[in-house]
Design a protein around this ligand. Structure first.
Ligand SMILES: Cc1cc2nc3c(=O)[nH]c(=O)nc-3n(C[C@H](O)[C@H](O)[C@H](O)COP(=O)(O)OP(=O)(O)OC[C@H]3O[C@@H](n4cnc5c(N)ncnc54)[C@H](O)[C@@H]3O)c2cc1C
Length: 521
């Protein structure tokens, strides 16, 4: 996946793309993947980096959604369980089967969760990841050594999937690119082109790295910009009412010892009725989340102090050692798109987690809602509109069976797993040049060869792309990422042919972002 080559394709003004996708999060990438599986030509434009938005800030669960089952949304859960099962097969290097334990403090809860999770198992059918079952108090304590034992009666174990969200986004982009799609990061959509009937015919875009402008022609344009969907809808129709109300969810990252084992903790209903997860991930513990209305859609949302306090206090209610601010290695925030109430003062209603595809008068196709787990099906349902918009025949979708970039039956050990079949090539770089075999940071297993690989093969063009999304150090330990930024900038500058001025600018840009992930004790 080479940015320069893809920019050349963008510059070819004689070309008309079948589909142009705005947004390189899970939704847009799902559209690109499905479109290419049907033999359509597709271009995707992302104004920052792939998954820079909500798609790198999730709880990292590939799940059917036990919560939605409790709300009776059976169709949504069935769909998500099917996608979950297939994704674990198509990307075994980026996903895994994760056991979760719900600690049980009352016999009513035991009955309620045991029955609910049996139904969840049964709904997954052949794609089930494991059987749910009640476990004794002693087994619960053995598996979750740090869970509060007072009043504990046992636990219910169930299985869901877990994944690396930003790396999965990259693997989808690489898969689509290898099949012929043209994907570009740091290219923003600035305007829509229309014919005399007001139908969309293409886009005005800008390369954010050198400010160069381009126009492109497309038969169908998809708005997959998550919480930014209103901006594109208003480009289409300046009078369009705002549809989206962002709602923030934060996660705190701390040492694994706060939970103590390999199993994840799930609290279906905290004292104030929310769900709390504490999940082992890349050697740390990710704890969240919250639900706080925010006025503005932002690419780099900041956690509020009250959200940090809420997660710490709630976690303390279930753990023997209460985590404090000083224990938090990083905090990250993401925005969900909720439906904005039609009348001022009315209650905000969450868009059902099932996605929506809306076709405007101009033929702009907007994909909203949904979740990471169902990205492929969301893409398929969006591309299904191609025929009605272009009057051209549309081949059936084949994305369900597509193995994703790096797929291997022999997933490499340790931190190499996320690279799948690419791991060997990166290790070879380090064998040829011993400088590249050095660690990026003493507390992390990643080596400098991964930085070279990210710049050479994974379209990483900024220090933040590497430290936040190619390797996940920024959200695992923000201070370690800051301490590593100079080394990473120097290696990237060599690889990308940049000078000391570039290094200085990158370090300053990265510091500004990274400071938002640090918690002051
Ligand atoms: C706190 C939290 C936890 C979650 N946990 C889970 C989970 O565990 N499992 C799960 O399945 N789902 C989860 N979700 C849901 C899931 O993360 C989202 O549904 C999904 O990431 C949304 O992806 P998206 O592509 O629609 O939006 P985004 O990822 O935000 O992508 C939109 C992209 O559009 C780009 N863009 C905007 N304007 C332009 C423009 N003019 N030109 C070009 N590009 C533009 C942005 O830069 C951005 O990258 C969670 C959500 C939140 C908020």
């Amino acid at each position: 996946m080479k940015r320069e080559e893809n920019l050349n394709q963008l510059a070819d003004s004689s070309k008309t793309w079948d589909i142009a996708v705005i947004g390189g999060g899970s939704s847009g990438l799902g559209v690109a993947l499905d479109a290419i599986s049907r033999g359509l030509s597709v271009i995707l434009l992302e104004k920052a980096d792939f998954a820079k938005g909500t798609s790198s800030r999730s709880t990292k669960l590939v799940h059917g959604g036990v919560r939605y089952l409790a709300q009776g949304d059976v169709g949504l859960v069935l769909e998500a369980l099917k996608e979950r099962g297939k994704l674990l097969q198509n990307a075994p290097h980026l996903t895994q089967n994760q056991p979760f334990i719900i600690p049980i403090y009352s016999w009513f809860d035991r009955a309620q969760y045991s029955v609910g999770l049996k139904i969840y198992d049964w709904m997954a059918g052949k794609l089930r990841l494991g059987k749910s079952r009640f476990i004794s108090k002693s087994e619960t304590v053995r598996r979750l050594p740090a869970v509060k034992q007072e009043g504990l009666k046992g636990g219910v174990v169930y299985h869901d999937g877990q994944f690396d969200d930003a790396r999965l986004a990259l693997a989808i982009a690489q898969t689509a690119d290898e099949a012929g799609a043209c994907l570009l990061n740091y290219v923003s959509v600035r305007g829509l082109l229309k014919d005399e009937d007001g139908k969309i015919t293409g886009l005005k875009v800008r390369d954010e790295l050198n400010q160069e402008k381009y126009t492109l022609k497309a038969k169908m344009v998809v708005n997959a910009t998550g919480v930014f969907a209103d901006k594109i809808l208003q480009m289409d129709n300046p009078d369009a009412a705002r549809m989206i109300q962002p709602s923030q969810g934060i996660h705190l990252v701390m040492d694994l010892e706060f939970l103590g084992g390999k199993d994840a903790l799930m609290i279906p209903k905290t004292n104030d009725g929310r769900v709390l997860f504490a999940v082992p991930w890349h050697g740390k513990l990710v704890v969240g989340t919250t639900d706080t209305l925010r006025e503005k859609a932002k690419l780099e949302p900041e956690a509020l102090q009250k959200e940090i306090d809420f997660v710490l206090e709630t976690a303390a209610g279930y753990l023997t050692k209460a985590p404090t601010r000083a224990d938090v290695k990083a905090v990250f925030a993401g925005l969900r798109p909720l439906a904005r109430p039609k009348e001022e003062g009315a209650k905000t209603k969450e868009i059902s987690r099932s996605h929506k595809v809306i076709v405007s008068e101009s033929n702009l196709v907007t994909l909203t809602g949904g979740k990471w787990t169902t990205f492929r099906k969301m893409g398929e349902d969006t591309v299904d509109h191609y025929q009605e918009i272009t009057q051209e025949l549309l081949a059936p979708s084949e994305s369900f069976e597509m193995k994703l970039h790096g797929h291997t039956t022999q997933v490499p050990e340790g931190h190499w797993s996320v690279y799948g079949s690419d791991a060997e090539a990166i290790q070879k770089l380090a064998e040829k040049d011993e400088e590249l075999a050095q660690k990026i940071h003493p507390d992390f297993p990643n080596i400098l060869a991964e930085v070279v690989w990210a710049a050479r093969e994974e379209m990483a063009v900024k220090v933040e792309d590497v430290l936040s999304r190619r390797i996940r150090m920024l959200i695992l330990d923000a201070q370690a990422a800051l301490d590593s930024s100079l080394k990473v900038a120097e290696i990237m500058a060599q690889e990308l042919g940049k000078d000391s001025k570039w290094i200085k600018q990158e370090l300053s840009d990265f510091r500004k972002v990274a400071e938002k992930y640090l918690i002051k004790a």
